[in-house]
Design a protein around this ligand. Structure first.
Ligand SMILES: C[S@@+](CC[C@H](N)C(=O)[O-])C[C@H]1O[C@@H](n2cnc3c(N)ncnc32)[C@H](O)[C@@H]1O
Length: 325
């Protein structure tokens, strides 16, 4: 562990931009600022006063629900099998370059970071939830993965140099913050020129069904759980269904967007879009990172069609934009 933490310190900077030093059982950037380690998870959390209110609420909420659940994953090969069932995760693994440095923002229980750990990549998974990070770390240790670092960090106060990462991935996280646009700018700063960002957010129309089901569940309770594809699937463990239920229907704060709204953030930062999912379909020849999207025509209409896309809605109504800096 000591060697690991010394190595980790080399990738980090303190708030005053000075190098972090690992000192037996804590990290420090000067004599005054200390970052402790709780159950093998370094705690680099630094408050951001503007977004504190919701950050504190999410910290508490996601400490209680650990998402996504590991319960059917015994080892690394079962994680690979599971992840490969998602064509998106499989393509990420196949198409992210060998040896790249990757930041996963809001990694939750770290399944994606652990999954992407092959091919000599270096992954840094950050989240607020200590209990989720503990699950991520347990799986990492059990699977003998050396090149993934999990830590508690606030995405509004990232202790990495600007222009540092080759890839930044954030799926299902920024829409749970007080100011998702500010969150996007905060993480984008850490991306290298030529690096790629992968951002997954709730879609305004795709989310409508979830909102309707939420209202129905609040009146009729478990009797009508069959309305949700995951909740009615008895092949999924009760614990896992409960986690899905809480994440989808009990979240204390979420904001949803149209793709058009979020594309404006990318434009403001001059990022070049390479893929928009599920506006474009993935097929065997799809390239996530170098197939520039010529497909933004009629975006408004395609977005409305998303509201009618039942399979998209049943997955929680996420859309993903991938872009190059
Ligand atoms: C729905 S979970 C997504 C987990 C994972 N990315 C996935 O797709 O399964 C959202 C995660 O974002 C984290 N989160 C929310 N606000 C955050 C913040 N300010 N800084 C870091 N993580 C945050 C939560 O703790 C939670 O684990």
């Amino acid at each position: 562990m000591i060697d690991r933490f010394n190595k980790l310190a080399q990738f980090l900077i303190g708030q005053n931009k000075k190098k972090l030093i690992f000192n037996n059982n804590f990290f420090t950037d000067d004599e005054k600022k200390f970052f402790l380690i709780n159950n093998s998870i370094p705690d680099f959390f630094i408050e951001d006063s503007e977004t504190k209110k919701i950050t504190d609420i999410q910290d508490k909420f996601y400490n209680e629900i650990k998402f996504p659940n590991y319960d059917d994953l015994d080892d690394f090969s079962s994680l690979i099998d599971k992840a490969n069932k998602s064509i998106f995760a499989k393509f990420l693994d196949e198409q992210i370059k060998f040896g790249s440095k990757i930041l996963e923002v809001g990694c939750g229980t770290g399944q994606l970071s652990n999954f992407l750990s092959r091919y000599n990549r270096k992954l840094f998974g950050i989240d607020l939830s200590e209990s989720s990070l503990a699950m991520a770390e347990n799986f990492r240790i059990k699977s003998d993965i050396d090149n993934v670092y999990f830590m508690k960090m606030n995405l509004f106060n990232l202790l990495f140099n600007d222009n540092f990462f080759d890839y930044i991935i954030s799926i299902g996280c920024l829409h749970h913050t007080q100011d998702p646009k500010k969150a996007f700018f905060s993480i984008e700063k850490k991306l290298k020129e030529g690096g790629y960002i992968v951002l997954g957010l709730y879609h305004k129309y795709g989310r409508i069904y979830t909102k309707i089901r939420k209202m129905i569940f609040s009146v009729f309770g478990e009797k009508v759980f069959f309305l949700d594809k995951y909740l009615r699937n008895k092949n999924i463990s009760y614990q896992k269904r409960l986690t899905w239920y809480k994440d989808q229907y009990k979240s204390p704060h979420e904001i949803s967007y149209t793709i058009k709204e979020v594309l404006e953030w990318f434009e403001e930062k001059n990022l070049k879009i390479t893929k928009i999912l599920p506006i474009e379909n993935l097929d065997i020849n799809s390239k996530l990172f170098d197939d520039y999207s010529k497909n933004c025509n009629n975006l408004g209409m395609k977005e409305i069609m998303l509201a009618l896309n039942v399979s998209h809605a049943s997955e929680g109504g996420l859309f993903t934009i991938i872009a190059k800096k």
